[in-house]
Ligand binder design. Structure first.
Ligand SMILES: O=C(O)C1=C[C@@H](OP(=O)(O)O)[C@@H](O)[C@H](O)C1
Ligand SMILES: C=C(OP(=O)(O)O)C(=O)O
Length: 428
């Protein structure tokens, strides 16, 4: 970390593959009888959990540099798992798997780490239960998740929370349910499942905030190209915007509208950002160039943009501290139910640099940082990848050496984060 202080960050880089898309590609390729190839997948702890579980169900997974080959016997030939399906730290694996297992109709136990044990799963059990799934949770809410074989029927469901994980679990189950399932969202969440199901040959009708899917449609094997993850790029984007002399281009990154809210934030803040879209078929992809700006203003975020940047909020708190006016985030209560309570973690840890916050139940106001005033050099990472990388960005941008209790969780979504910073650094 010391070697990253007093540096500017310049050059072109590709960030690792998109985590959400990689999970979905592994699951859909596993449902499609035959061989599918996933190009440039994210190889991280979370996506490893998904591929391990697909292996337990009888799918052959072959990893090589830059690609994963998935050969499936078809979901009707899956083997019922004897061991627990262990999802580690991955909420996406846990929730999407609930829909997939309910759909296939097999007995299974799903369990994750101590963070997953505290994340609410009733939001998935409720719609799946309406479809006929038999799911038991601890205290009606938490893993371990006991699933019993059952037969599903289609439902029409109004989503109470904006969650792509819940929506995707319902759509996976709907593939195997009798009749047409309809999901209504109040606010649009990331739509990778809808896009990829179409690519795997499933007819999905999207009409504004409603999604319709008829049960009984088989998936056909496909090759999937995974773009870079904009949620990982976000750390480099913020670092470039706030560090003197920096100029970074992130290539082949996802520009999917339902994920790209952070681009709107940079624009709101008067940042120096250029977007070049190179493909808009299916998943939009392109290049993002971002340079240091000394004239960053502020942002005020609430409502529909929140799900479009939900995982970027920790590092946006750092960006806000480098603006000229206070910045505000509201409607982000969901952050309290992630790997840790991210609103608490962001405020408690960034305060140690002297950043001032006003905390709301569903967000915060962050004040411009006039001068770094350290109250401690011992930081907690909460085993949360996004909190740890947020802290590293803040430390590097403010030329401050800090100690974080444990940084291993970076491997959950962005193995190679530190190496990428090393590649981009140049003495100021
Ligand atoms: O579907 C997905 O891949 C994800 C959806 C989001 O969670 P919610 O669906 O709980 O909002 C996001 O925070 C998570 O990192 C990945
Ligand atoms: C919340 C996240 O992931 P998950 O829900 O899959 O654990 C994340 O990556 O920030």
């Amino acid at each position: 970390m010391k070697s990253l202080l007093n540096q500017k960050f310049t050059g072109s880089i590709q960030v690792p593959g998109d985590k959400s898309i990689t999970h979905r590609a592994l699951m859909m390729a596993s449902l499609a009888e035959g061989t599918s190839v996933i190009h440039s997948p994210l190889e991280s702890e979370d996506t490893f959990r998904t591929s391990e579980i697909m292996g337990q169900l009888g799918v052959e997974i072959e990893r090589e540099e830059g690609r994963i080959t998935v050969t499936s016997p078809g979901s009707s030939n899956f083997t019922a798992p004897e061991e627990v399906l262990y999802t580690g730290n991955s909420g996406t694996t846990t929730r999407l798997l609930m829909g997939l297992i309910a759909g296939i109709g097999m007995d299974a136990t799903i369990e994750g780490d101590s963070s997953i044990a505290k994340r609410p799963m009733d939001r998935v059990r409720t719609p799946l239960g309406e479809m006929g799934a038999d799911i038991s949770l601890v205290d009606g809410k938490y893993p371990p998740i006991l699933m019993k074989q059952s037969t599903l029927k289609a439902i029409e469901y109004d989503m109470p929370v904006a969650s792509a994980q819940v929506k995707s679990a319902i759509l996976f189950a709907a593939l195997y349910a009798a009749g047409e399932t309809i999901v209504h969202e109040k606010i649009k969440s990331r739509n990778h499942t809808e896009i990829m199901l179409e690519q795997f040959g499933v007819d999905v009708e999207v009409d504004g905030l409603s999604i319709k899917l008829k049960g009984g449609q088989p998936l056909k094997p496909r090759d999937v190209q995974v773009p870079g993850d904009i949620s990982s790029a976000a750390f480099l984007m913020v670092l470039a915007a706030i560090t003197k002399g920096s100029d970074i281009t992130i290539e082949n990154v996802s520009l999917n509208e339902t994920r790209a809210g952070i681009i709107d934030v940079f624009k709101q803040m008067n940042a120096d950002i250029e977007i070049e879209e190179t493909s808009s078929e299916g998943e939009a992809i392109g290049n993002i160039r971002i340079r240091h700006s000394k004239d960053l203003t502020s942002f005020d975020l609430s409502g529909e943009i929140i799900p479009r940047l939900i995982d970027e909020i920790p590092v946006l708190a750092v960006l806000g501290a480098f603006g000229s006016e206070p910045s505000v985030i509201r409607d982000a209560l969901e952050l309290r139910y992630k790997e840790t309570d991210r609103l608490r973690a962001v405020i408690d840890e960034l305060k140690k640099f002297g950043i001032e916050f006003e905390e709301f139940e569903d967000g915060f106001k962050v004040y411009p940082l006039k001068e770094v005033k350290m109250t401690s050099d011992s930081f907690k990472g909460y085993h949360d990848h996004r909190i740890i990388m947020m802290l590293l960005v803040m430390a590097v941008a403010s030329d401050t050496e800090i100690n974080i209790d444990d940084t291993s969780a970076i491997n959950i979504s962005y193995p190679g984060f530190i190496e990428d910073l090393e590649k981009l650094k140049q003495a100021r």
